[in-house]
Every structure is written in C-alpha cells, then in structure tokens.
Design a protein around this ligand. Structure first.
Ligand SMILES: *[C@@H]1O[C@H](CO)[C@@H](O)[C@H](O)[C@H]1NC(C)=O
Ligand SMILES: *[C@@H]1O[C@H](CO)[C@@H](O)[C@H](O)[C@H]1NC(C)=O
Ligand SMILES: *[C@@H]1O[C@H](CO)[C@@H](O)[C@H](O)[C@H]1NC(C)=O
Ligand SMILES: [Mg+2]
Length: 260
C-alpha cells in the first residue's frame, strides 16, 4: 500500500514537473533552454519558491544577485510556463480594471509603463548572462540595449493594445539613460508599441537619483500638468511606490534583479 502510494506520488510529481518545462506558450519570448542541473529538485525548488515569493512581495530587498542555489530555479521559472502565466494574471487584472473605469472625455487619463521586464523583455540577454546570478554588468547590458532587439513581454503588449483602444494615454517611464532614447524608441516600435504620449528617460542631471525619487518626480509633473494616472505597471517596487503612484499599481514578476 505504502509502495503504491509512493509510486502514485512519484508519477504525479514527475508529470507535473515535466509539464512545467514542456508547456509551450504561444509567442515564446525565448526558446526553452535544455534542462540541466538540479534546478527542479524539490528541496531546492521549495526554498527558492519561498525566496521568489519574498522578492515579489518586497519582503526581501536590496539584494544584488540571485542566491547561487536558486540560479537554475530562476532560469527554469523565466523560460518555463510559470513566468508567462504569472505575467498574464497581472495583465488580465489590469485589463479588467481599465475596462471598469469611467474615463474623462478630455483625453487626460494616463497609464504609466515601465520598460525593462515590463514592456520589453530582456530574457534573451539574461539567458546568456546567468539570470541574475552575476552582478549587473553595465557594459554588457548597454550593448544589448543598443541592439534594440528586446522582444515585447506579450502579456504587457496585450494590455497596451487594450488601453490604446480605450483611449487611455500611455507613457513609458524608464530608468534607462537619455543616451538610449533612439534605441529604446526603435525597440519599442519594433516590439509592437506603435505610439505613446511620452517616452521619459533619465537626463544626465538625474543620473544620481534613486529610482523611486526619479519616477515619483516625473509622475508628479505629469499630474501637475493635468493628466490623471489611472494605472501604473512595472516589475520593480520602485516603479510603483513613492508619490503619485497612480490609482492602481500592477506588479509584474521579476526574480532576476532588484532596483531600489
Ligand atoms: C499555464 O497556464 C496554462 C493554462 O492557463 C496551464 O495549462 C499550464 O499548465 C500553466 N503552466 C504552468 C507552468 O503553470
Ligand atoms: C563586464 O563584462 C565584460 C565582458 O565579459 C568584462 O570584461 C567586464 O570585466 C565585466 N565588468 C564587470 C564590472 O564585471
Ligand atoms: C484616482 O485617485 C484620485 C485621488 O485619490 C481620485 O480623486 C480619483 O477619483 C481616482 N480615480 C479613479 C478612476 O478611481
Ligand atoms: Mg523594469
């Protein structure tokens, strides 16, 4: 009896484990990498799931790199179906909320989009550079940004299209430096974000500002100039807290890096 139960559990676990990695989602943003290492092991999986939960809830802050033992776990999470499913839940909630709004007729309702790991996905870059296991390397990352080849996170693009149809103005507010304006604009268009009200990047004079301060300042200016920020979406808590956060905020998943 005990043996049967064991066999049953073992089979179920194997099946659910396998489907996590073989479940192909349309619009894949990066091919699944071959399975290797112990990233799926249950013991490591459980503790890394708790770590990821702590990160997403902003309980674990100010971290520099993904813990060594969670490197494979984060890689599988990002490339398997779970990341995309988690993103879809966020985008769908945002769409339901946007559809429920009674909008002003003055064209001043606005939605703030973060760029990296929100509108655009750098998964192809992180797949080559260890999914957050190594510290941020600005030389390598800037070279990737200038290629302008980041795909859209499809769930965010879906939200964007719904908002455009509803007549909500879209602003991309990114921590990328203004020197990357052309590359970012071209990349956004190529990824399917055809138009926007504003694309805001960091001016050289803002380079020393913390993300919260920088983003809050621009949101405040937008509201002072008459816009109403009805929604705000980003993968970092620093996109969503501070002043003038918007009527509702939506947190996209990102267990690869932390920006305070
Ligand atoms: C993602 O969602 C789909 C359907 O909603 C489901 O069939 C699939 O198992 C999910 N994948 C994961 C890894 O949870
Ligand atoms: C960034 O990556 C480049 C190329 O691999 C390497 O030469 C450089 O030392 C790295 N910089 C840091 C700060 O790690
Ligand atoms: C958004 O928040 C402002 C300020 O709290 C409030 O006056 C306004 O009614 C809210 N708008 C919506 C659409 O909920
Ligand atoms: Mg981001």
């Amino acid at each position: 009896m005990a043996l049967l139960l064991f066999l049953f559990l073992a089979t179920t676990l194997t099946i659910s484990h396998a489907s996590e990695h073989t479940n192909l989602i349309p619009n894949q943003i990066h091919p699944l990498r071959p399975q290797s290492g112990a990233g799926g092991s249950n013991v490591a999986g459980l503790s890394c799931l708790s770590w990821r939960f702590g990160v997403e809830t902003n309980n674990i802050i100010d971290w520099n790199t993904v813990p060594k033992e969670c490197g494979d776990y984060v890689g599988h999470y990002m490339l398997g179906g779970q990341y995309r499913n988690d993103s879809r839940v966020v985008a769908n909630e945002a769409i339901l909320y946007a559809e429920s709004l009674s909008l002003g007729k003055d064209g001043k309702d606005m939605w703030i989009f973060d760029t990296d790991e929100t509108a655009l996905s750098n998964v192809p870059y992180y797949a080559e550079n260890g999914f957050g296991l190594t510290p941020y390397n600005s030389t390598l990352f800037n070279a990737w940004v200038l290629k302008g080849k980041a795909p859209a996170l499809p769930e965010t693009l879906n939200l964007y299209k719904k908002l455009m149809k509803l007549g909500i103005k879209v602003v991309f507010l990114t921590g990328r430096p203004d020197s990357q304006r052309d590359a970012t604009a071209k990349n956004l268009k190529k990824a399917g974000y055809k138009t926007w009200e504003k694309l805001i990047l960091r001016e050289p004079s803002e380079s020393g500002k913390a993300a919260v301060e920088y983003k809050s300042g621009h949101r405040k200016k937008l509201e002072e100039s008459g816009y109403r920020i009805v929604g705000n979406i980003g993968d970092q808590w620093s996109d969503l807290i501070g002043t003038n956060p918007g009527n509702r905020t939506f947190k996209m998943p990102d267990p690869m890096y932390y920006i305070g």
